[in-house]
Design a protein around this ligand. Structure first.
Ligand code: ARG
Length: 465
């Protein structure tokens, strides 16, 4: 069978060369974007008088019927035609005859494939943003229920100071908020049209790039034709933003896995998001959290794969660029899947408030309260730290906690201590007194929830408009 580019060839490639070079197995995911791009291109050709209206109409109708077939999964693709662009062109010519061959006037597969990728990513980045927002919503809902639920706060994975559980959850809300911002900011560079750049140098036809860009809903066009066909920064940015998002999800997963262990028992992942063991009947494993943590690896891998592909490429298009796609598709599928699972896992998760609170009473994480107490009464903080350190040591030796140490011991350590220290030592008091801005005091946490909710309702308004 003759190649669409076969004119200057006397022999055709070996079959395995064809197969090795073909991208149709994966770039068929771009079928809708490819047809959409062609529809805009042909409309532009007619408007600029480059194609007669009747030819353009025949091509448009042909493309629309291909689109319909594609939606019904009725289009067959073949590696013989290499990629999605040549497959569609072949189908078009089969459908409407040789006039279909006029579609490729004033364009190249190089600007065509870049256009497809921009369209595809724009759609998916918007979807990912709304999936992150749904997860944020779940977090805020959980946080609202747990403003006054106490949980140990850790540094170095050692008990440090107790915090409100809502405060802990909201830390992830704000991480995700930065992810939303990063994805939204990247849209400016995704939402750009390379169409009309041709193979690399532009075209001799009097095309209107602004018009085709506008038809495709792009907000701007690439300034330079060579940059337009060889730029993959917008994909790298997407992979980088996705890596950061996955890193956030992965950290959260790590905590959920720890918290649902026998050692912690702070939360219980719902049965619908857990699995059992084939041998140990008692097991309930937080598989989904582990899988999300694990899938972070492939997203980082996709970022590094593309960075490596790009680093030595001369201008302009090189076939290496065909390797940009699988990592992008895989990242989209992974990120969309992880976000969906995560939101469900959070909303169905049971929180063991008693166990969390109980735990905050069985440690020395209230030691800072004592040091602050002395410092507030005028003792230099360094000295107070020393005094309290010694009291902690006494308790460790006696096998008790600070709350159980008799007042006399305190009075011996410093005359500044009075009987009100026992209230100060109470973890609930400790948490609630941390009212500095952004701290874990209950009123701060309530204010943070209001701020988070206002952001969420801003999204909702923006989505409607
Ligand atoms: N399948 C190719 C890709 O994905 C399309 C562009 C091909 N251009 C070319 N001159 N071979 O990158």
């Amino acid at each position: 069978m003759k190649k669409l580019w076969g004119g200057r060839f006397t022999k055709r490639p070996e079959q395995w060369v064809d197969e090795f070079g073909a991208s149709i197995a994966f770039d068929q995911q771009l079928v809708q974007e490819d047809i959409q791009g062609s529809l805009a291109h042909v409309k532009m050709l007619a408007k600029c008088g480059i194609l007669p209206n009747e030819d353009a109409e025949a091509i448009q109708n042909g493309l629309l019927s291909l689109l319909e077939k594609a939606e019904k999964d009725e289009l067959a693709f073949s590696a013989q035609y290499e990629d999605i662009h040549l497959n569609i062109e072949k189908h078009l010519i089969d459908e409407i005859g040789p006039v279909g061959g006029k579609l490729h006037t004033g364009r190249s597969r190089n600007d065509q494939v870049a256009t497809d990728m921009h369209l595809y990513l724009k759609k998916h980045v918007l979807n990912i943003v709304s999936l992150i927002e749904s997860l944020q919503k779940e977090l805020v809902e959980k946080a609202e229920k747990h403003v006054e639920t106490l949980i140990p706060g850790y540094t170095h994975l050692q008990r440090a100071q107790p915090v409100s559980f809502a405060h802990h959850l909201l830390a992830y809300f704000w991480m995700l908020q930065r992810d939303v911002e990063r994805f939204k900011e990247s849209l400016k560079r995704i939402d750009m049209s390379p169409l009309g750049a041709g193979a690399l140098a532009g075209t001799t036809f009097p095309i209107d790039r602004e018009y085709s860009a506008q038809l495709l809903g792009f907000s701007s066009i690439y300034e330079n034709s060579m940059d337009a066909v060889s730029d993959r920064d917008f994909i790298l940015e997407f992979l980088s933003n996705s890596s950061m998002l996955m890193m956030h999800l992965s950290r959260f997963c790590e905590e959920l896995i720890l918290w649902s262990s026998q050692e912690f028992q702070f939360v219980e992942i719902d049965d619908t998001y857990a699995t059992g063991s084939s041998i140990m009947p008692q097991k309930k494993n937080p598989d989904m959290a582990e899988l999300i943590r694990g899938k972070t690896g492939r997203v980082y891998g996709n970022l590094f794969g593309l960075l490596t592909i790009m680093k030595g490429l001369p201008l302009a298009y090189n076939k290496d660029l065909q390797e940009d796609k699988e990592g992008m598709f895989d990242t989209v599928t992974t990120v969309e899947g992880c976000l969906t699972i995560f939101a469900g896992m959070i909303s169905t998760m049971a929180v063991n408030e008693e166990k969390m609170e109980q735990t905050t009473k069985q440690d020395f994480s209230n030691a800072t309260e004592l040091a602050d107490y002395l410092a507030a009464k005028g003792m230099p903080f360094r000295e107070a730290h020393e005094v309290v350190g010694k009291l902690v040591l006494i308790c460790i030796q006696k096998g008790i906690y600070l709350m159980d140490l008799p007042l006399e011991e305190y009075e011996q350590a410093s005359s500044l201590f009075e009987s009100d220290i026992y209230d100060v030592l109470n973890p609930r008091t400790a948490v609630n007194r941390r009212n500095s801005q952004g701290g874990t005091g209950f009123s701060q946490v309530k204010a943070a929830i209001q701020k988070a909710k206002a952001l969420l309702s801003d999204y909702a308004v923006n989505q409607q408009s």
